[in-house]
Design a binder for this molecule. Structure first.
Ligand code: IPD
Length: 266
């Protein structure tokens, strides 16, 4: 798969600097380009040749109307370009994310930061790495010492924005050192796995944003849970992740829910 990673990364890096045909999906801020489609088709066709019986959940196929249902069958969960809005604006924080689940259990995840050539990998029970370097999460438990990451999500209606800003305000009132938005859920989650931030929360991300990153964070020693504080539901479009359970629970208790529905009910 090595040359294919290089080929896909070259396609994305070249397209990053060129004019793009941009369309919108669920909102004016939910963007897609021809490169998202091209990369998704390439990944699926390569994997399908090797694993003809496996199933696929992928961002652009789902947007085109395919059902997004996780079954017990071996399933690849793919985001061809995470950070499409960044990509459209030539902001070089974009990644390819591929997770793999069997019996609804996440087995491994691969996230490739295209412009920085960083390959994040995690395999259940076998650790998480970035370009062969072992990843370890932060051990911080105190919210007033935390750097927190989030993403805005695609909705921009006044109620959603109010809740989004109010959540940030709550964390800043709790004296978090900072709240950052980088425009790519998967890369923000990789930063958490690397120990470069203490927590992450978001409403409105999808299973393809979360699948690979969840394995990587867990294998780096971190926690990935639902925003209610309960177990993660990959299809629920919401997440809290942190280096420690204490930190994850503090974030879950501080934030209010923004309802995005479920991936498997769209
Ligand atoms: C999106 C990005 C964005 C986040 C959205 C994601 P996409 O993925 O990660 O930062 O706010 O929730 O769906 O559309 O660029 O693949």
């Amino acid at each position: 798969m090595m040359w294919r990673r290089a080929a896909i990364s070259e396609i994305i890096k070249k397209a990053l600097t060129e004019e793009k045909r941009v369309s919108t999906k669920t909102s004016a801020a939910d963007l897609v380009t021809e490169t998202d489609h091209l990369v998704e088709d390439l990944i699926i066709s390569e994997l399908r040749k090797k694993f003809p019986s496996h199933r696929f959940i992928a961002e652009e196929s789902t947007a085109a109307g395919e059902k997004c249902v996780l079954t017990d069958s071996p399933t690849w969960i793919i985001d061809p370009i995470d950070g499409t809005c960044n990509f459209v604006h030539r902001f070089p924080t974009v990644a390819v994310s591929i997770g793999f689940a069997v019996n609804r259990e996440l087995e491994f995840g691969v996230i490739y930061h295209c412009t920085e050539e960083r390959l994040y990998t995690g395999r259940r029970g076998q650790g998480a790495f970035c370009n062969q370097q072992r990843l370890r999460v932060s051990r911080e438990t105190d919210l007033s010492k935390a750097l927190v990451l989030t993403e805005i999500g695609p909705k921009r209606d006044p109620d959603t924005l109010k809740l989004f800003f109010s959540n940030m305000e709550r964390l800043l009132h709790a004296k978090a050192h900072g709240v950052r938005v980088i425009g790519s859920s998967t890369l923000a989650l990789c930063l958490l796995a690397s120990g470069a931030a203490d927590a992450y929360y978001q409403f409105g991300l999808h299973c393809w944003d979360l699948a690979a990153a969840t394995v990587i964070i867990r294998e780096a020693g971190g926690i990935v849970i639902d925003t209610s504080g309960g177990p993660l539901d990959l299809m629920s479009c919401r997440v809290v992740a942190a280096g420690t359970r204490e930190m994850a629970m503090l974030i879950a208790q501080a934030i209010q829910t923004i309802n995005y529905g479920r991936d498997d009910e769209k």
